[in-house]
Design a protein around this ligand. Structure first.
Ligand code: SF4
Length: 448
């Protein structure tokens, strides 16, 4: 059983040295008990206390890694029910099913689509993570050949899906070095699948027909020394699957019920034949609390919104996405090129830089650190005002690099133009458009 805050406190040094980032050992103990702090934040815990505290410090939902290297997917590790409480930690993985009964050309087409469907947004590459190789043929050699083909033709994570331990073993043989997720251990094959997971050191998924049965099966696995577990409640209706996700998360977090403290796997692919409904269900599981979301196929029009939704849900709501402060050269600007300034809210930066790029007018874009706030918000907060912008522009030295000595400020900061003329003597302040969409037309009129 996990320890209470007071029990943890008794094991801490009680010096209140504050090095862990909170004022007292008691406060740190309470954070640990709530799963909101890492034990490693206190450098003074004795080895004996560490051993006792390991369980209390472990996240209530165990983190599990599928795959290896740069494309490894880490799921679980969550500590809150709602993202405004802290943040969601590890975004769910999207998987596409490839059955071992489909033809070679269709397998190739799906793998190719899997590779192609990736998008750059706010400086990040958004893409799906997993291919689920599914046994339908009942033929171990076919399953092994497909697992091998997936491994050779992609660097993604792999889920091996069969109820037959012999077929799963054939799949593991083909791609054990990729650390695939073995799906699934059930009450009928638990011992053999557990042996396979243990021998190959691969994570294993457990499927049950009720949450009670699920808890029994995970308990047996953990007693056998297997901890990298992903759980499937077995529900294949939207309502029941949704309820299960909430109950599992709540049991693990608020009741500290370890047998359900694992990331989940959900199957919109098995809940409908309608691709649009499948995408809608997947979007629900992104928000409510899928660990791995298995889809029957990927198409750009359904995958892209899911990837963007996932990005948004798994950003830290208390910390705006920010771009590094500095001078960004767009095109190949020279001493006659315009100089624009904006804030370092990532969305602002990407919109402004995208519009400058599309204008085809090479430009210098100054991005000022406003703690990730947009132009209007930072202006209203006093962070994007003349006496902050002036020193920043001087620090960049940009006016020594251009002959025209003009600075284009965003339309929403027009009120700062007078103050900036005082802050930057000799520099002409031009008020640019309010709306990013008007930047190309504005720049096309630029004359140094
Ligand atoms: Fe207490 Fe350790 Fe935090 Fe210091 S770092 S206040 S000893 S818990």
């Amino acid at each position: 059983m996990p320890l209470t805050g007071i029990e943890i406190f008794k094991l801490l040094p009680k010096t209140n040295c504050k090095e862990c980032g909170v004022p007292t050992c008691l406060a740190f103990a309470m954070s640990l008990a709530a799963g909101k702090a890492e034990l490693s934040a206190c450098p003074y815990v004795s080895e004996e206390a560490k051993a006792k505290l390991t369980e209390a410090a472990a996240p209530p939902i165990r983190p599990v890694t599928i795959g290896v290297g740069d494309r490894a997917l880490k799921v679980g590790g969550e500590t809150v029910m709602f993202r405004h409480e802290k943040r969601f930690e590890n975004p769910p993985g999207f998987a596409i099913v490839i059955k071992d009964t489909i033809g070679d050309s269709e397998v190739d087409a799906r793998l190719e689509r899997f590779k192609q469907l990736q998008y750059e947004r706010v400086g990040l590459i958004l893409r799906p993570e997993l291919v689920a190789v599914k046994d339908e043929s009942g033929d171990a050699s076919k399953f092994e050949a497909l697992a091998s083909k997936v491994k050779q033709n992609s660097d993604c994570g792999i889920v091996l899906m069969s109820n037959n331990p012999d077929i799963l073993a054939a799949g593991v043989k083909a791609c054990a070095d990729r650390k695939p997720l073995i799906y699934a251990a059930t009450k009928d094959n638990l011992d053999r699948v557990a042996d396979l997971a243990k021998a190959s050191s691969c994570p294993v998924a457990v499927r049950a027909s009720s949450l009670e049965e699920l808890a029994e099966l995970t308990t047996k696995l953990t007693e056998a020394g297997i901890n990298d577990i992903v759980i499937d409640s077995g529900s294949r209706t939207v309502r029941q699957a949704f309820e299960d996700q909430v109950i599992i998360r709540s049991a693990a977090l608020t009741k500290k019920f370890r047998p359900l403290g694992f990331p989940t796997i959900v199957f919109p692919s098995e809940m409908t034949d309608d691709p649009m409904k499948e995408a809608v269900m997947a979007s629900m599981f992104v928000a409510k609390y899928g660990g791995i979301i298995v889809l029957s196929d990927f198409q750009g029009e359904s995958l892209f919104p899911l990837l963007v939704e996932r990005l948004n849900i798994y950003t830290d709501p208390q910390r705006p996405l920010a771009t590094t402060e500095g001078i960004y050269e767009i095109g190949e600007p020279d001493e006659n090129s315009p100089v624009l300034i904006t804030t370092n809210f990532s969305l602002t930066y990407f919109i402004v830089s995208g519009e400058v790029e599309s204008s085809k007018v090479p430009s210098h874009l100054l991005v000022m650190d406003t703690e990730g706030l947009s132009v209007m918000t930072s202006w209203a907060a006093g962070k994007f005002v003349a006496d902050a912008i002036g020193p920043f522009v001087k620090k960049t030295g940009i006016m020594d690099k251009v002959k025209h000595h003009k600075l284009i400020i965003p339309g929403y900061a027009a009120a700062e133009s007078g103050g900036l003329e005082e802050e930057l003597p000799g520099c002409g302040i031009l008020v640019g458009p309010r709306d990013g969409a008007h930047i190309p037309a504005y720049l096309k009129e630029w004359k140094p």
